[in-house]
Design a protein around this ligand. Sequence first.
Ligand code: EPU
Length: 428
Amino acid sequence: MIATRGNRPSSFIVDGGHALEGTIAVGGAKNSVLKILAASVLYEKPLTITNVPLIEDVFRMIELLEHAGATVERVGEHEFRIDASGIRNHELHPEIAKCFRGSIVLVAPLLVRLGRVTFPHPGGCVIGARPIDLFLKGWISMGARVTKGPEEYDISLTAPRGTEYMFRHISVTGTEALMLTAVVAHGTTILMNAACEPEIPHLAEFLNQSGARIEGAGTHTIKITGTGGTLLQPPAPFSVLPDRIEAASFLLLGAALGKNITITDCVPDHVRSLIEVLREAGVSVHIAGTSMVVRKPKMLRSISVRTHEYPGFVTDFQAPFAVLMTQAHGQSTIFETIFDGRFHYIEDLNRMGAHITIHNPHRIAVEGPTALRGREIESPDLRAGLGFVLAALIADGRSTINTIYFIDRGYECIDARLRSLGAFIERV
Ligand code: EPU
């Protein structure tokens, strides 16, 4: 079992009000690596994944894989070798699966390998209703039988068959899960109204390098020609794409506090929607290949946004963006269209001095600029937790951020990396 960091001390002490300067590199994408790790079950021979971020959700996925019978070995700083030849356990470890939403994606390749999977409702950040009806309907249309007990789902699917499936609405993990089942199905699958997030064509690229036949990933219509039951052949070591949400978090940090912050190892195109919004707000963002340079403007203007599926303004940027808007001149409205419970952080932010009104579960108005004051806060979820780190770095005085497991779920050693930019942040 990989040693996890879950038992580490669990608060950040942050002394705010200091400008940040320097270079920060973006790591591999959480929402990509989780799906690639899950996909490793489709291989009987070992494969190697590089640029794997050392984050809690990755450790949890590795624990799930090991519980299912795979062997996972860390062979380099950010490099893992997975051998799924021993997969035999059809029960997803319930306590671990409940920790993170990405666990549902593992159901897909396990179904292919074992013909049956039992699993609890997947957990993850509490950001609104997160049903799995779209997954279940998809698997049923491929021939699955689904039984729902009080504690778990039990799905049987032998020899999945190709299908034409229209997502009632767009789902990222739903698209990925059905893709993973369809690649080895009998016949052709067409996924309509599929998600287009960059992690999806990246997963398709990984699978296609292994003998899968996926066309159209990155568009709303994906065609998958199944292998008819044949498992995949490992590609050359595959590097996980840079985390666009981490890149965006660093852009927002630079816009709030940067003298000059250089963000390296990223794909600027993946955060285009945020760059455009920041530029309209008066922030200078300079792009050079896989790097971006960002700095705090003399005067930050307020700007309203509406979250949207990719390539629109990403829901995961919403909380740290609201924090930035507390420093902007004027009122900005933020309309959250994807999730209905993603404003849990507002009350604490207002206690720090922000003036934010919640109009309804989908809309807030931020009045700025307001001075923020350090205080003790609980991290409510991953992205809001990062928003609180940003708020604490902006605030006058000392803040204590508790329950930072949520932040460690998606950001590798964020404290040490921020210290390298001159931030005063300690893990206690
Ligand atoms: N939905 C359904 N039924 C389903 C599935 C989804 O109604 O069966 C609804 C959801 O309730 C939501 C909407 O569809 O209102 C979109 O949800 P989606 O399924 O796209 O989200 P997800 O796949 O659960 C992934 C990321 C999230 C990210 C969203 C949106 C992973 C593991 N998670 O979640 O990332 O916010 O897409 O882009 O890939 C994060 O990294 O902090 C995070 C929450």
